[in-house]
Design a protein around this ligand. Structure first.
Ligand code: FES
Length: 93
């Protein structure tokens, strides 16, 4: 089990290891918006407050999109592309 905290929603949930963040966000009612769900549109860019090391590594597509939106600072991820492997704290971008 892992814990995901959505600071902007005052929401903390327990999730299974390997869960897709997009599924967690939608099932738990977080305010993270999604568009393409495919790592291209940048709609789901989210700030990772802590636990970035507990998310799956960025794919080349995710890295390219983060760079395109100027969010390739190591503190932001596309939640439609991540799986959870430990505790993570998130906030609005
Ligand atoms: S929803 Fe489009 S990049 Fe994540």
């Amino acid at each position: 089990m892992a814990t995901v905290e959505f600071v902007m929603d005052e929401l903390t949930v327990d999730v299974d290891e390997g869960a897709k963040m997009i599924d967690v966000c939608k099932q738990e009612g977080s305010s993270v918006p999604f568009g393409c769900s495919n790592g291209v549109c940048g709609t789901c860019i989210t700030k990772i407050v802590s636990g970035n090391e507990n998310l799956s590594s960025p794919t080349p597509r995710e890295s390219q999109t983060l760079e395109m939106f100027g969010a390739d600072d190591g503190d932001h991820r596309l939640l439609c592309q991540c799986t959870v492997h430990g505790d993570v704290t998130l906030d609005s971008p």
